[in-house]
Write a protein that binds this ligand. Structure first.
Ligand code: PBG
Length: 327
């Protein structure tokens, strides 16, 4: 056989395969989402996300310890307040649940990088991500409230804020208020390319944040669109975003590649709740090899161009890297 090029030559031994590997993954890029809930002695499993929990402040350290030990470097906090109201005032309360969690984590786990999700949907009685005018989510009046929320997180000690509301102009509003308040060096990771997705279902269960009427299609993106992702990323960068996030992950890897190639900033991917729940359910049913499928999925997101991966499987992925299953 007269074959000069034989791709199989580079697949002959594990050491060689490892040597010529194109995508290298590291624990340094992993972020773990954590749900903190007002109350005491809470560690409740989220029914649609087996293995994921809501913690109160007095049980949170137990989880953060595990995150730190796994080698995951950052956490992303979501708050679940006791009381909700029409304007989501719990979001920016000085003694709000996320603010308290950040204070505690900063004191007890100074080496963990603390990121907060900035949004109103967990705090509003109607479950929408912004303020309502009638049945409409009003863009411009929401901006001030989001900026206040971001500032209160940073004042409590957050290292970075991550707005997920999808209002137009929120990066600029947050950047301006942070700068005016002396936080010019606090980065913003923008959920810039956030699609309106059924993959968020289990999260809304976890955070009690499903909209009471309608849906989020007037502010989150239509999943038929690709060009619009570029527009969203461009706008957010012009407004001062430091990191661009694409969300969800697995069904959107074409978009990840596009954003990673196009913009000279770090690209984050959020592998969302529904992705976790699907893999977990299949694993629990014995249909898939969980470690193998989670590993392969994680690598696919880095291969698509992600620098950062936010995942409910972050601790496990860190373990797979330690074991040398991926790397
Ligand atoms: C808040 C927010 C959501 C998620 C992250 N931030 C829910 C939503 O937009 O409905 C989803 C995360 C996940 O599904 O894991 N706006």
């Amino acid at each position: 056989m007269d074959l000069l090029s034989r791709p199989r030559r580079l697949r002959g031994k594990q050491a060689l395969r490892d040597m010529v590997r194109e995508t290298r993954v590291s624990k340094n890029g992993l972020i773990y989402p954590v749900f903190v809930k007002e109350g005491n002695q809470i560690k409740e499993e989220i029914p649609s996300m087996p293995g994921q929990y809501r913690y109160s402040l007095d049980t949170l350290a137990y989880e953060l310890e595990k995150v730190q030990k796994s080698g995951v470097r950052g956490v992303l906090f979501f708050g679940i307040p006791k009381e909700k109201d029409a304007c989501g005032s719990g979001a920016w309360a000085d003694d709000g649940i996320v603010q308290k969690a950040v204070e505690l984590a900063k004191k007890e786990f100074p080496d963990l990088y603390l990121i907060t999700d900035v949004c109103l949907c967990e705090y509003t009685s109607h479950g929408h991500c912004g303020l309502l005018h009638g049945q409409n989510v009003d863009n411009d009046s929401t901006l001030e409230v989001l900026a206040k929320t971001a500032l209160s997180h940073v004042q409590a000690g957050a290292d970075m804020v991550a707005p997920s509301d999808m209002m137009d102009g929120r990066i600029l509003a947050i950047r301006n208020l942070l700068d005016k308040s002396g936080y010019v060096n606090t980065p913003i990771m923008s959920y810039a390319v956030k699609y309106s997705s059924a993959f968020y279902g289990p999260f809304r269960d976890a955070a009690g944040s499903a909209p009471a009427f309608g849906d989020r299609k007037t502010y989150q993106m239509d999943f038929h669109n690709r060009r619009e992702a570029i527009k969203e990323a461009e706008l957010d960068l012009a407004e001062g975003a430091d990191i661009i996030m694409v969300k969800p992950g697995l069904a959107y890897l074409d978009i990840v590649r596009e954003i990673a190639d196009r913009f000279p900033v770090p690209c984050a991917v959020y592998s969302v709740s529904g992705e976790y729940s699907m893999m977990k359910a299949a694993a629990m049913a014995g249909y898939i090899d969980e470690a193998a499928v989670v590993s392969e999925s994680a690598v696919s997101m880095f291969r698509a161009g992600a620098d950062i991966l936010i995942s409910y499987y972050a601790k496990e992925i860190a373990g797979y890297i330690t074991e040398g299953r991926i790397g």
